[in-house]
Design a protein around this ligand. Structure first.
Ligand code: SDX
Length: 440
């Protein structure tokens, strides 16, 4: 890793003064290759006895990374320097996985070998299917994903030694390769159909769609339009800097936990409706709105401080401009629906009208609330044939590439140590135990 410090002797610094004592502390400013500089506060507590306080980490950089850069004001998203729009247009998910893991786009041989390796890791241990039978058929697919992915730790002992680079890479390949198989199995289990094995003659997205929608009774041909759209949706969800689930994976990994357990922790965090669960919540919201005429009623609720309702798929901690992924997703949505000859999809009409109205409303303009990656994704996934309950599982499938790349970067970062934040304590100060017979 290489923070670009200022030229020798001209180090930039920030000085803090405690106005109660006049004491000061000077801390170095570290510069990245682009984006905000950071104040290196690692010595703050040791030299001043102060903690910083930043619930939700709105102003905190948790690590140094070279994987993904976001400029929230400009609506820019780069993976290893490549704009998401260009990757979505010209690349494919296997290339993006390689790029996130290794830092460069693969040459033809590297791409062939990587794809070959991933393809041949898509099968899961046959006993893993026994875990599914312990769930009710109506179990949420994310509950199954949390459980089964965590259980992978019990099957792949030959790739859990995180000190061994070879084992780290095998675990990374296994997780990227097996997530589609496990997600498809979760879907098959929920509809009472037999599991379909992966096939080595199919591409990544095509294989996933085949495992999801094929049945043993007849040949299933994957629609190439849908396979291309699925692959692009995976690209759009692959990684996104230090979001809640990625930070969860990094924190879990900082204790030395094995990568399978860390990814299971990331799945759990992604499930929340404020994060990856939003795509499922958007579809439920659009369905509840039901007609364009009811949009004002929901906009009013979203603005009402006394109403917990929020416009799902809108707003973002970092983007204070349009989420570039949402733009690509909307374009893909319209392409897929027209290529599938799905006209007048009412949910799309409601979504487009909702976006139009919201973006003209001063509440949303003033708070810089724009559609995010989740706003349009559900409409495409519904058109492809997925039940709403599978939407977040698909997000987790794709995000595994980012999670495992960030986990690998953390493990290989020489300054990484176990994550252990402190707190502002406002609870009871020291007091003596009161025996039961003397309590009122
Ligand atoms: C993802 O971090 C990532 O990168 C995540 C992600 C990724 O790829 O990993 O991009 C994926 O999680 C996208 C976000 C999906 N979530 C949703 O669509 C749920 C709806 N959005 C909100 O819950 C919210 O916008 C968050 C959680 C996304 C962001 O929350 P923040 O940054 O903590 O912002 P906030 O809650 O402080 O909101 C700021 C203001 C508040 O009003 P005030 O208290 O200042 O008066 O904006 C309001 C909020 O009430 N607000 C909304 C709103 N989002 C924020 N009001 C109505 N509807 C909304 N959607």
């Amino acid at each position: 890793m290489s923070q670009t410090a200022s030229p020798a002797g001209t180090a930039d610094t920030v000085t803090l003064t405690d106005n109660r004592t006049g004491k000061t502390i000077t801390m170095p400013v570290l510069h990245g290759s682009t984006g905000p500089d950071v104040i290196d506060i690692r010595k703050l507590y040791g030299e001043t006895g102060f903690f910083t306080y930043d619930p939700g980490f709105t102003s905190t950089g948790s690590c140094e990374s070279q994987i993904t850069f976001i400029d929230g004001d400009q609506g820019i998203l780069l993976h290893r320097g490549y704009p998401i729009e260009e990757l979505a247009e010209h690349s494919d998910f296997m290339e993006v996985c390689y790029l996130l893991l290794h830092g460069e786009l693969p040459n033809p041989k590297e791409k062939h070998d990587f794809t070959y390796t991933i393809t041949r890791h898509t099968m899961v241990h046959e006993q893993l299917s026994n875990f599914f039978r312990g769930f009710r058929r109506d179990a949420h697919p994310m509950a199954i994903m949390c459980g089964v992915v965590g259980a992978l730790s019990a099957f792949y002992h030959d790739s859990t030694d995180i000190e061994d680079p070879k084992q780290r890479m095998i675990a990374s390949h296994r997780l990227i390769a097996k997530m589609p198989t496990i997600a498809a199995m979760a879907y098959k289990y929920s509809v009472g159909q037999p599991f379909i094995y992966p096939r080595n003659d199919l591409g990544y997205a095509e294989n996933f769609l085949h495992m999801t929608f094929a049945v043993p009774c007849e040949e299933y041909k994957v629609n190439p339009i849908i396979a291309k759209a699925m692959d692009r949706i995976f690209i759009l969800h692959a990684d996104h800097e230090q979001n809640a689930s990625t930070s969860t994976v990094r924190l879990a990994g900082s204790s030395g936990a094995n990568p399978f357990a860390c990814i299971a922790a990331g799945i759990a965090s992604l499930w929340g409706p404020a994060h990856g669960g939003a795509n499922e919540a958007v579809l439920k919201m659009l369905t509840e709105i039901g007609h364009k005429d009811r949009i004002p009623e929901f906009i009013k609720r979203a603005k009402d401080k006394n109403d917990s309702f929020r416009l799902m798929g809108f707003g973002h901690r970092v983007y204070k401009n349009y989420d570039p992924r949402a733009k690509v997703m909307q374009k893909t949505c319209q392409e897929v629906l027209s290529q599938l000859d799905i006209r007048d999809e009412p949910l799309l009409e409601i979504a487009v009208e909702l976006e139009r109205i919201a973006l003209q409303d001063e509440y949303f303009v003033e708070k810089k609330l724009y559609p995010n990656v989740d706003f349009y994704s559900g409409i495409i996934l519904k058109a492809i044939g997925f039940p709403t309950s599978m939407f977040t599982a698909l997000f987790a499938l794709a995000r595994t590439a980012g999670w495992i790349s960030q986990w690998k970067e953390m493990i290989e970062d020489p300054v990484q140590k176990i994550g252990r934040p402190r707190q502002l304590y406002t609870g009871a100060t020291k007091r003596s135990y009161v025996p039961l017979d003397r309590r009122g």
